[in-house]
Design a protein around this ligand. Structure first.
Ligand code: AHG
Ligand code: MN
Ligand code: MN
Length: 335
């Protein structure tokens, strides 16, 4: 007897979803299968991190001026090569590539989707065996099918996402993805290399116990944000604040915890970084889409993230994201 009675695999689930749409072509399921395959390859490498020669810096600096880790390079190549050899993606924008990677071959030009990704989020955690993630965002292209994808295809508002998701390489590896229909989480059974539906229909609690903010920026943020942080942790003597602090240095891990348990994550403008640190197109938008479908909210402090028109593929944005009531609370402080 199967050890997973009534549990669906990622592939079965996406095909089942497809059947709900009589005109669906199966391309999105195929693309998600490709992402799952790439994630399994990256996961395999992450699990061998201590023994394989993949710890540490690659000796380069990326377009953001940040030190690139070997695993950043590895994961970037894996996602690009898996999706290039598939038939469901016309091109990729990645944190690790200055320009969009347009596949431009007959097979890829015939596909209707493009992808944006952060191949490894939380790279600083690789060497110390703490959770890291991969983030992805899928759009229907604007350019005509049959032609190579264009830059314009990648510069769509987040609200236009067809699907978005992340992989968390944590104490277990999970793939969580959202379409307009809902957010579902799949846990990888390493022994047979299959993702199983473990968290169907995820909904984010309206509030939770944690706030995630890098407190080292306390003196570099706007006074209203400082007041909000004071409130979160309570600066009054003999009083604890309403929330505890959790900050993993990996937005995927912090957002994943908030999605399951409720909470808020914010990376606002800080001195010298007027747009914060996180990238709109492949960090903020996909996480905002997932969170909104799950019933939460995501803004840059004023505007909804998903309504921002991107001007540059690597542009940054302040980000406030999480449980609905906690988001309302932080907005009260910023009024
Ligand atoms: P990446 O590893 O893709 O560069 O992203 C790391 C991001 C995010 O995941 C995390 O929350 C943040 O950087 C941490 O930055 P600080 O060290 O400035 O808090
Ligand atoms: Mn990142
Ligand atoms: Mn990254």
């Amino acid at each position: 007897m199967s050890r997973y009675k009534n549990i669906m695999t990622l592939d079965e689930f996406t095909i089942q979803q497809l059947r709900l749409f009589p005109h669906a072509t199966g391309e999105l399921s195929g693309l998600l299968r490709g992402i799952g395959l790439a994630a399994k390859q990256v996961n395999h490498e992450v699990n061998r991190a201590g023994i394989a020669d993949i710890l540490g810096a690659a000796g380069a600096v990326n377009v953001q001026g940040e030190e690139v880790q070997k695993l950043d390079v590895y994961a970037n190549n894996v996602f690009i090569e898996v999706l290039r050899s598939g038939i469901n993606c016309a091109g990729i924008v990645s944190e690790e590539n200055e320009e969009a990677v347009i596949f431009d071959d007959t097979r890829s030009n015939a596909s209707k989707y493009i992808l944006l990704m952060d191949p490894i989020d939380g790279s600083g955690n690789i060497d110390i065996n703490i959770s890291i993630g991969s983030i992805f965002s899928v759009y229907r292209r604007l350019s005509p099918i049959g032609q190579p994808a264009t830059l314009e295809d990648f510069l769509q508002k987040g609200i236009k996402q067809v699907a978005a998701g992340y992989v968390i390489y944590g104490s277990s590896t999970m793939l969580v993805y959202a379409t307009r229909r809902g957010v579902n989480g799949f846990t990888l059974d390493n022994s047979i290399g299959e993702f199983y539906l473990s968290h169907p229909g995820l909904k984010i609690p309206a509030r939770g116990k944690f706030y995630s903010f890098d407190n080292c920026y306390y003196n570099q943020v706007a006074p209203e944000i400082r007041r909000y942080v004071d409130y979160c942790m309570s600066v009054e003597e003999n009083k604890t604040g309403p929330y505890s602090n959790r900050y993993y240095g990996c937005m995927v891990a912090d957002t994943h915890r908030n999605l399951l348990k409720g909470g808020i994550f914010f990376y606002p403008a800080v001195a010298g970084k007027p747009d914060g640190k996180l990238r709109l197109c492949y960090e903020c938008n996909p996480m905002a889409f997932i969170t909104e479908v799950a019933g939460g909210k995501a803004t840059n402090g004023r505007e909804r993230i998903l309504d921002i028109q991107p001007r540059h593929i690597h542009q940054r944005s302040p980000l406030f994201i999480g449980s609905e009531e906690m988001m309302e609370e932080v907005h009260q402080f910023m009024k």
